[in-house]
Structure formats: structure tokens, C-alpha cells
Design a protein around this ligand. Structure first.
Ligand code: C2E
Ligand code: MG
Ligand code: MG
Length: 767
């Protein structure tokens, strides 16, 4: 039992170590999560910054490319216009004359211009092809006054300019070193848009070309975005933007490009990129709404953020589940550790803890520890099954609990099987008896329950707390010992000095047992059995006696129960069996009559596999006929479900080897008649208690019924403990076979048995 308890504590230790580790893992997990979350946040911020930088670089690159593409296109067109001018300059008179016919028109189509005009300032001739823009007259002199044209003609270099939203390519013309006029080609709005929109941003960017004075030279028609810019130029309200513009102006002065972020007129953020075009003093400005570019990067950042957030949520959920599991585990552990799953009440561990807590603050001398043990509870399990059995145990607990005085901090717990410990605030034995009687009658009332009604009896052991420092385990042990001492159901047994002394002595005996066996302090006693019908000696029962050097002859009742507890009984049984074999072989050698002898066999043997082998070997060793030996088993052997297969096997083997088998003390235990039918027994030893009250008709009927049943089943009856002639007479009427008791003889040492048997005369006993 102690081992069981230690095991349970060991399990608890393992569990708590496990859960201790669980806590450690949770701590690690939280740290890990924090690192991940922190890392993600830092990462996100860096990514965002880098992203902004990347975006700017990207916008810059694209606008550079756009500006480049526009410049190239403009230059290409200028080159085209230049080459047309070249052709004109080298024309002969005839060709020159055909100029107006279709040359200009052909060149216009090839160069994809809206118009081409040619002015011969010498002849004052003006030719043109295509449609001249409004506000530009078909008049060479007038055109000469346009600033771009005048500049080009004056410098003698071809030029690009803008007039009336038309992009003009001017090529001054010379002949023989003489200025002879100019060629002009122009592109209108549609082409301009195409030019400026070369580039990207899915058409959602805005571009324009300005000059160093900040005047818009060329723009798409939709230049709303620039309106605000223009306002800034003029109103100068946005200080930050103004500063950025200042930087831009500086850059532009040095023919450098750049980019900055600003709030657009529509309230959205955007980038403004500026790139010198390398044509005139033109600068290409491009505005890109920030969200256009960051739509992807932002969504990426958003995704990352959601990812991190998701991770946090998942981690949190995981953590919570883990904590939940941990808490649940801890609660289960607590439940396991402190509650009894059968009664739903506290278990013995908790009982002890509660006691200890109580004893720290209260004077415990007013309390008593009580142990209640249901008599024959095993029968309930056998009769109704374990389910009902467990319900019954729960019902017991409920009934006990109902009768506790909670205001006095009384507690109760089931400790194991059908054992209940109670802490009652009582010191008067009579009061305790009353309280326990009340509990038992409450149980037997079977109120508020559908459980099968049974009349229950309890063994009751009590120990008083004589010393505040007494350990609860000691108190429980004492209550247990008091209960065991006499085992009188329905009557409280109080642990006292007598019990203490008996127990002390028994423990002492148990401790010295093995040495005593070696020292030969155990003797074989034989008690004769007499066959009433044959009027002769039927045999004997082998019984042990301890010749204690200090205490004299100690009867078995004083040590057998303790040897049973410690398992040492098996050694004693083997010793007595061997002594019996020696005795028989000696008689055999001496040519004396051989009597069958029955030996007691503790149920302890049945836990051992093949325990019978030793007995068989021993009879062989001493050359004793197995038929002379009988094993006496008590009913308890058959009551252990766990070993029932072993019992069956053993019985089978016993018969196989020629041993006989009896059930000892039949009638004091479970008296199960089914046992006789179920197991192949040869002898039934009726307990002496049957014959104590022969005046009772009922008792007589039970006996005669048993005797008849045994006879029917061909089982021999041995009647034990017969002391009086009156009992003998009754047995004669019953036609009973064998009798064992003081009436014929007490158990005798071997030599005395020899003498007794030699002198035996049935007539002597009044027969
Ligand atoms: P048991 O096997 O039922 O043995 C019969 C007991 O009844 C013996 O007590 C015997 O002395 C006693 N007895 C016999 N006739 C009478 C009578 O007319 N009146 C009264 N009052 N008692 C009588 P004992 O020798 O004290 O043994 C007690 C129990 O101890 C035995 O009961 C048996 O169960 C156990 N026992 C004794 N020796 C051994 C042993 O070697 N091994 C085992 N396992 N148990 C043993
Ligand atoms: Mg016996
Ligand atoms: Mg007996």
C-alpha cells in the first residue's frame, strides 16, 4: 500500500515536472513570438523606408527615360526637318520651281508633321503644305517675327520652339552663303501629347516641359496637376514645397535633375521629377501620384503587415491554446492530485493536506480521525457490476458528507477501495459512535437514490489526536489498526495502548520471523481429525507454533495476519509443509501408520506463477505420497478476480499431482455455495461458528442443508472446532463424516500426536 502511495506521489512529481517544463516552453514561446514580432516591425519600417527610396529612384529613372525619349524624338524630327532644308538648299532652279507642287506635301507626310512651311525671303515667296495653326498667318514676313523663328534665322541654327501650342522646328535656309529664308515644320496638340506621354505609369502620370523661367513650354492638355504647382510658384504658401522648389531651381540652373515628394492639388501625395532635356533650356517635369507606384509596394507592405499581424494572432491563439491546455492540464493534474474521480470529493492526499493546514491554526485535540470500511463491499461489485459499485461508493461519500459538521471544519475522503477517512470534531467515544451510527443509517435509508437497497455494515476504527504534532499518516494508520484489531462491524474500535502494544509486538515478530525460522523456533503441531462413521483417525491438520525464546509459545493469530501482509507467510507455509513431509517420511521409514495431513496454504502463493512446483519437488524429495497431502485454502483465495485464472490452473495442477483440496473456515467469509460448484474441491471445512448455537433451528437447518449439498456433490465435510459431546451427538444425527476439535484433541506436537494416535480408542469418547 505504501508503495502504491509512493508511486502516486512519484507520478505527481513526474506530472509537475512535465508541467513545469510546459511553463518553461510557454515562456520560451512568448520570447520567441516577441522577437519575431519585433523583427517584423523593424523589418517593415526599414522596408517602408527603402521602398520610398526605391520608389523615388524608380520614378527618377522612368522620368529620365521619358525625357530622354522625348529629347531623342524632338532631335530626330529636327534632323528630319534639317535634311529637308538641306534638300531645298541644294535644289536646282527647276526642282525649286516644283517645290510647291508636291515636294512639301510629300515631306510633310514622311516626317509626320501637321504642316510644313517654306519662306523664300529673297523672292518673298511663301509655300506651305498641311494646315497652318490658327493665329499663324500664311505670311512669311509675319512668321519671321515669331521669336523662335527670328532666333533661328538670326543665329543661323535650326531650332525647336513652341508657338500657339504647336511645336515648331525651324531650319534657316542659305544659298551661296546668303540667307534665303527658313523652313518650318510644326506638330500640333495630338503629336505633342504622344511625345510627352512616351514613358509610363499607365498614363496616370502628368508630364510637361518647362523652361528655366518656369514657363510651361509644352504640356498635355490635362495639366491640372501643374496648376497647383503654378500657384505655389506664385502664391508661395506651402513653405516646405517652396524650399523643395528652391532646390529644384538650383538643380536646374546646374542642368541637374532631381525628384521630390509633395502634396498635389487634389490632396494626394505625389512625386515631382525634373530632368533637363538637353534641348533649349527645357526641363521635363513629371508628376507621379505616389499611390500609383506604391500601390504594389504598399500592398506588399500591407501584406507583410497583415502577415505579421496574422502571425501574431496565430501565435497568440496558439499561445492561448497552449496556456489553455496548460491550465486544463494543470486543473486535471490538480483534479488527479486532489480529487477522487469516483466520489467527486477530495481524495486522501487532499484530506491529509487539509488536515495539515487545519492543524497549523487549530487545536486538534478536539478532533478524531475515523476510518470506515464497508463490510463485504466486494459482493456489490460481483452482484451488480463495477459501475453500480462505483455509484454506491459515491453515494456513501454523499451520505457521509451530509453528516459532517462543516462549521466545525469536518472533512471526509475516500482513501482507497471502500475505505473512508473522516475528521470529526468529537472526543467522546459514545458521541462518535452515535455520529457513525447516524451515517450508517443514512446510507442504509437509500433516500434520493435509485441504487439497489442493501443493508450495509461498516468496520469502524478511530484514533484520537493526543498530540498536536502527530502526523496525519500516523493517525490514519492508527485508525486502520484499530479497525483491523478485532474487525467487529458496527462497533467503533478505538486505537489505544493495548492495540499499540499488540501491533508493536506483531511488528517485532514480523521483523524477527526470518531469523526465527532459521533458528528452528517454529514447530509443527498436528490436530487430529476423527472419522465418526469409521470411528477411526481420519488424519490431521498441520498447524504452526512459534516457540519464542522470550514470549513462549505464540499462537498463529498473533503473527499470521502480519506475515500475510508482508508476504512472509509463504516461507512459513513451505516450512510447515516440509516438516509435515519429514514427519510422514519418518513414520513411513519407521513403518508406522501414515495419516493424511492437511496444510494451510495462504492466498499469497497464488500470486506466484508455478508456485506448486516447489511443493511437488518437496514431496518427491521426501518420498511422500501426494495423496496424503491436502491443501487448505480459505475462501478469500477465490475472491481475487485478478488471480482467478491462476487459482483455477493451480487447482487443476494440484489434482493432477494427486493432492486433495479443501476450503477452510467455510461459513465465516462469503459462504458462497457457487464456489463449491464452480471449483473442483474435495473437502469443505465447516467453521466452528456454525456449531456454537445448536439451539437455533435456523442454524441447524443451514448445517443440514450444507451437509446434504456436499454429499450430493461428493464433497467430504470436515467439521471444525467441535468441543462438546452435545455437538458430537448432533453431528451423529446429521451423519457427518469427519470431526476436528478439542473434543478429540488440541493440536499436538509431532511426538505427542504419535502417542495420541497410538492410544486412540473411539469408545473412549462416549461413542
Ligand atoms: P485453521 O486452519 O482454521 O485452524 C484451525 C484452528 O482452530 C486452529 O487454531 C486450532 O487450534 C483451532 N481449533 C481447533 N479445534 C478447536 C476447538 O475445538 N475450539 C477452538 N476454539 N479452536 C479450535 P490455530 O492453530 O491457532 O490456528 C489459527 C489459524 O491460523 C488457522 O486456522 C490457520 O488459518 C492459521 N494457521 C495456522 N498455521 C498455519 C500455517 O502454517 N500456515 C497458514 N497459512 N496458516 C496457518
Ligand atoms: Mg486450517
Ligand atoms: Mg479452519
Amino acid at each position: 500500500m505504501r508503495r502504491g502511495r509512493e508511486n502516486r506521489y512519484e507520478n505527481l512529481r513526474i506530472y509537475s515536472r512535465l508541467y513545469g517544463k510546459g511553463r518553461y516552453y510557454i515562456f520560451l514561446f512568448i520570447i520567441f513570438s516577441l522577437i519575431v514580432i519585433g523583427g517584423s516591425l523593424v523589418n517593415m519600417v526599414t522596408m517602408n523606408r527603402r521602398n520610398a527610396k526605391n520608389t523615388q529612384e524608380y520614378v527618377n529613372n522612368i522620368t529620365d527615360q521619358m525625357a530622354n525619349a522625348v529629347s531623342i524624338r524632338l532631335r530626330d524630327k529636327r534632323i528630319l526637318v534639317d535634311s529637308i532644308g538641306d534638300s531645298i538648299e541644294y535644289m536646282n532652279g527647276e526642282q525649286y520651281m516644283a517645290l510647291q507642287d508636291n515636294f512639301l506635301e510629300r515631306k510633310r507626310l514622311i516626317s509626320d508633321m501637321d504642316f510644313i512651311a517654306f519662306y523664300d525671303s529673297v523672292d518673298r515667296e511663301f509655300y506651305f503644305s498641311g494646315e497652318l495653326p490658327e493665329g499663324i498667318a500664311a505670311d512669311g514676313e509675319h512668321l519671321m517675327e515669331l521669336e523662335t523663328v527670328r532666333n533661328a534665322v538670326e543665329t543661323g541654327k535650326s531650332a525647336i520652339g513652341v508657338e500657339q501650342q504647336y511645336l515648331l522646328y525651324i531650319r534657316p535656309l542659305y544659298r551661296n552663303g546668303q540667307r534665303t529664308g527658313f523652313l518650318m515644320a510644326g506638330e500640333g496638340e495630338a503629336s505633342m501629347r504622344d511625345i510627352i506621354r512616351t514613358g509610363g505609369f499607365s498614363g496616370r502620370s502628368y508630364s510637361c516641359i518647362i523652361n528655366k523661367d518656369g514657363q510651361v513650354v509644352l504640356s498635355t492638355a490635362d495639366d491640372g496637376a501643374f496648376v497647383y504647382l503654378a500657384q505655389v510658384f506664385y502664391d508661395g504658401e506651402d513653405q516646405e514645397l517652396l524650399e523643395k522648389m528652391q532646390v529644384m531651381e538650383d538643380h536646374i540652373d546646374h542642368d541637374e535633375g532631381g525628384i521630390f515628394e509633395f502634396r498635389m492639388a487634389n490632396g494626394n501625395d505625389g512625386y515631382l521629377s525634373y530632368t533637363p532635356m538637353g534641348i533649349n533650356d527645357w526641363i521635363m517635369l513629371t508628376i507621379v501620384p505616389k499611390n500609383l507606384l506604391s500601390v504594389y509596394s504598399d500592398s506588399f507592405v500591407l501584406r507583410s503587415f497583415i502577415g505579421v499581424l496574422g502571425s501574431i494572432v496565430v501565435s497568440l491563439a496558439f499561445g492561448m491554446t497552449l496556456t489553455g491546455t496548460y491550465n486544463y492540464g494543470r486543473k486535471s493534474l490538480e483534479w488527479l492530485a486532489f480529487y477522487d474521480d469516483i466520489t467527486d470529493g477530495i481524495n486522501n492526499t487532499e484530506f491529509k493536506q487539509k488536515y495539515m493546514a487545519l492543524s497549523e491554526k487549530n487545536d486538534m485535540s478536539g478532533y478524531a480521525v475515523v476510518l470506515l470500511d464497508a463490510v463485504d463491499f466486494k459482493e456489490i461489485n460481483e452482484k451488480y457490476g463495477v459501475g453500480v459499485g462505483n455509484e454506491m461508493l459515491k453515494y456513501f461519500y454523499r451520505s457521509i458528507d451530509k453528516n459532517l459538521k462543516k462549521e466545525h471544519l469536518e472533512i471526509a475522503a475516500r482513501s482507497e477501495m471502500d475505505h473512508y477517512f473522516l475528521l470529526l470534531k468529537e472526543t467522546d467515544p459514545d458521541e462518535i459512535q452515535k455520529r457513525l451510527d447516524a451515517i450508517v443509517s443514512e446510507i442504509n435509508s437509500f433516500e434520493d437514490t435509485d441504487l439497489p437497497k442493501n443493508e450495509f455494515e461498516f468496520w469502524e476504527g478511530v484514533s484520537f489526536i493526543t498530540d498536536q504534532s502527530m502526523d496525519i499518516m500516523v493517525l490514519q494508520d492508527q485508525a486502520r489498526m484499530a479497525l483491523k484489531d478485532k474487525k467487529t462491524s458496527g462497533k467503533c474500535l478505538f486505537y489505544d495502548d493495548d492495540i499499540a502494544e499488540r501491533i508493536r509486538q506483531a511488528r517485532e515478530l514480523d521483523r524477527t520471523f526470518e531469523q526465527a525460522l532459521v533458528d528452528g523456533d517454529f514447530r509443527l503441531y498436528l490436530q487430529p481429525k476423527v472419522n465418526m462413521r469409521a470411528r477411526s483417525i481420519a488424519g490431521a491438520e498441520a498447524l504452526a507454533r512459534w516457540y519464542h525464546p522470550e514470549r513462549g509459545i505464540v499462537p498463529p493469530v498473533q503473527f499470521i495476519p502480519y506475515l500475510e501482509d508482508s508476504g512472509k507467510i509463504r516461507k512459513l507455509d513451505r516450512y510447515i509443509f516440509e516438516q509435515t513431509c519429514i514427519w510422514l517420511s519418518r513414520r513411513k521409514a519407521a513403518g508406522e501408520e501414515l495419516y493424511p495431513v492437511s496444510v494451510n496454504l495462504s492466498r499469497n502463493h497464488f500470486m506466484e506463477e508455478n508456485f506448486l512446483d516447489w511443493f511437488v519437488e518437496t514431496t518427491e524429495k521426501y518420498g511422500v505420497d501426494n495423496h496424503l497431502l491436502e491443501f487448505e485454502l480459505t475462501e478469500s483465495v477465490f475472491m481475487n478476480d485478478a488471480h482467478i485464472r491462476k487459482v483455477r490452473d493451480a487447482i487443476y495442477k494440484m489434482h493432477e499431482h494427486g493432492f486433495t483440496l479443501s476450503i477452510d473456515d467455510f461459513g465465516i467469509g462469503y459462504s458462497s455455495l457457487s464456489l463449491i460448484r464452480e471449483f473442483d474441491v474435495d473437502v469443505l471445512k465447516l467453521d466452528r461458528s456454525f456449531f456454537l448455537d445448536l439451539d437455533s433451528r435456523k442454524a441447524r437447518e443451514v448445517i443440514s442443508c450444507l451437509v446434504n449439498l456436499a454429499r450430493e456433490l461428493d464433497i467430504q465435510i470436515v467439521v471444525e472446532g467441535i468441543e462438546t459431546y452435545r455437538q458430537i451427538e448432533y453431528l451423529k444425527i446429521l451423519n457427518c463424516d469427519v470431526v476436528q476439535g478439542y473434543f478429540f484433541s488440541k493440536p499436538l506436537p509431532e511426538e505427542e500426536f504419535g502417542k495420541w494416535s497410538d492410544a486412540f480408542d473411539f469408545e473412549q469418547y462416549g461413542g
